[in-house]
Design a protein around this ligand. Structure first.
Ligand SMILES: NC(=O)c1ccc[n+]([C@@H]2O[C@H](COP(=O)([O-])OP(=O)(O)OC[C@H]3O[C@@H](n4cnc5c(N)ncnc54)[C@H](OP(=O)(O)O)[C@@H]3O)[C@@H](O)[C@H]2O)c1
Length: 317
């Protein structure tokens, strides 16, 4: 496949503002990272996905976040990433920090879900094949599995690193108590927990309220906030109705029932505060998260270059 892409020579020109250290590790992550849950699947226009990732990398966004079942259909966001690696990003592999996850339903039968060794190893092998990668930078347990012994899941993460299939491991969506166990287990097996991925935004503050962010801070674990714009609610996207091409119009992950009069006045207030501060609504929402101590990065989604540019300007200042 021939590439017409050459990354911008200016991509690191704003480095001192762009990156945060991830906990107490050696890894720097961009304060704004790009997530591929939506908009990068098999039903999305590949050229648009490609443009968005180019814009990201050209502006120093080195971290792309995936999971086995991102799409739709499942697996296709990773296939898009594989195509991009082949076409454009192959020669920049060492400048990229690519994560994937397993933990939710991926394939049929008893071995395609949750936290067993059988599932995690098979899933990561599939992810590597789809993304055309020899290793991922970061592999996550995507959710807590109350049925599988924690030691089984955690030892699998250790073994995945030992096998060279991932450089670091992360935990996503686990409650505090098993997270404490995980931190201790991984530390004792010389594979320190790099990062916790949790949903944090102005209207969903669970990781703050439940002590997860505090625990990460105390232990030197990075924290990356997913759905930082509450899937688009905390932007101007829904101020004048529900656009036909929006996530809410699909009525799946973001339902129109969320758009109550109270929510609309909350968003309008956020917008007004933004105008007074010279920032857009999205920048206000992202800025609030980045001000929380212990937060390494906000993991945004975007369906256009314009959205990503808006989000990125929260750190360009
Ligand atoms: N670990 C987990 O369990 C988990 C769960 C969820 C997400 N994640 C990760 O977090 C990433 C981000 O999640 P998310 O997509 O929910 O994040 P988000 O940034 O809260 O929402 C992204 C959506 O908001 C809209 N948007 C973004 N920027 C905008 C702007 N400046 N102005 C107007 N609208 C804007 C777009 O909606 P439209 O598409 O409608 O244009 C976009 O698709 C995912 O891709 C994934 O990597 C992880």
């Amino acid at each position: 496949m021939t590439s017409t892409y050459t990354a911008s020579a200016q991509r690191y020109s704003n480095s001192e503002k762009l990156y945060n250290r991830c906990g107490k590790s050696g890894v720097m992550l961009p304060k704004v990272s790009l997530g591929m849950w939506h908009n990068f699947g098999g039903n999305d226009p590949y050229e648009r996905s490609r443009e968005i990732t180019h814009y990201a990398f050209d502006h120093g966004i080195t971290h792309f976040d995936l999971a086995n079942n991102y799409g739709p259909p499942y697996g296709t966001a990773e296939l898009t990433m594989g195509k991009l690696m082949e076409q454009d990003f192959g020669r920049y592999r060492d400048e990229l920090f690519i994560s994937t996850k397993a933990g939710y339903d991926m394939w049929e039968g008893p071995y395609g879900n949750w936290g067993s060794r059988k599932y995690l190893i098979a899933s990561l092998d599939q992810s590597l094949r789809r993304m055309k990668l020899e290793y991922v930078d970061l592999f996550y347990s995507h959710r807590f599995d109350p049925q599988t012994p924690l030691e089984e899941t955690l030892q699998t993460l250790v073994d995945i690193v030992r096998a060279g299939k991932a450089l670091y491991v992360g935990i996503s969506n686990w409650p505090l108590e098993p997270l404490e166990f995980a931190e201790d287990y991984l530390q004792n097996h010389d594979v320190p927990l790099l990062i916790y991925q949790g949903r944090l935004n102005m209207i969903d503050r669970k990781p703050l309220e439940e002590g997860i962010l505090d625990f990460c801070k105390q232990k030197g674990i990075g924290f990356i906030a997913y759905s930082p714009l509450a899937q688009g609610l905390l932007t101007d996207r829904y101020l004048n109705g529900i656009p036909a091409d929006s996530r809410m119009a699909q009525e799946k992950f973001l339902r129109s029932s969320r758009l109550t009069p109270e929510m609309l006045s909350y968003i309008r207030r956020l917008k007004d505060e933004g105008v007074a501060a010279g920032r857009t609504t999205a920048q206000q929402a992202l800025g609030w998260i980045l001000e929380q101590t212990g937060v390494t990065s906000v993991l945004v989604g975007a369906s256009s270059v314009a959205q990503l540019a808006d989000n990125l300007s929260v750190i360009q200042g």
